[in-house]
Design a protein around this ligand. Structure first.
Ligand SMILES: [Zn+2]
Length: 143
């Protein structure tokens, strides 16, 4: 039986503010003493399925990109698709990873005069990638 709730109703019912985490069940620095002194405050992103627009913070969603600014390209020679041959010398369009508006991440420090962070990466693997842990990034901070 349909609930009668629309997708928009469900989205509006989602909590939007900071969500405190439960305390850790053990003392991390006691278990991993090599981490002593490295603790710092972080922001845990809590993405949910949806249909974000360029005016929303998102992971993998559309970016608010200036019409007069060229889209970032990765021109690194020899990058390749996994289990495939290197891609030719032509540049490859980078893909959106995350877009964050300052209003949605109050603890994140933005460069002066900016309130939007965009991170894109090359979707291909590079020779010095180790388990794809070293992607080529393009970061933009803008207003
Ligand atoms: Zn690349």
């Amino acid at each position: 039986m349909p609930s009668g709730r629309t997708q928009q109703d469900a989205a509006q019912a989602r909590p939007t503010g900071p969500r405190p985490l439960a305390p850790l069940p053990f003392d991390v620095e006691a278990v991993f003493p090599e981490l002593f002194g490295t603790a710092r405050e972080v922001t845990l992103l809590y993405p949910r399925a949806g249909q974000p627009g360029p005016g929303d913070s998102s992971i993998g969603g559309p970016l608010l990109w200036p019409a007069d600014e060229p889209w970032p390209m990765c021109a690194e020679p020899g990058h390749y698709k996994p289990l495939d041959a290197p891609v030719g010398p032509e540049p490859v369009a980078m893909v959106p990873v995350v877009q964050l508006y300052a209003r949605d991440v109050p603890g994140l420090v933005f460069p002066a005069g900016t309130d939007l962070l965009q991170i894109l990466w090359c979707p291909l693997v590079h020779e010095d990638d180790q388990a794809a842990a070293n992607p080529r990034l393009h970061c933009a901070a803008r207003r």
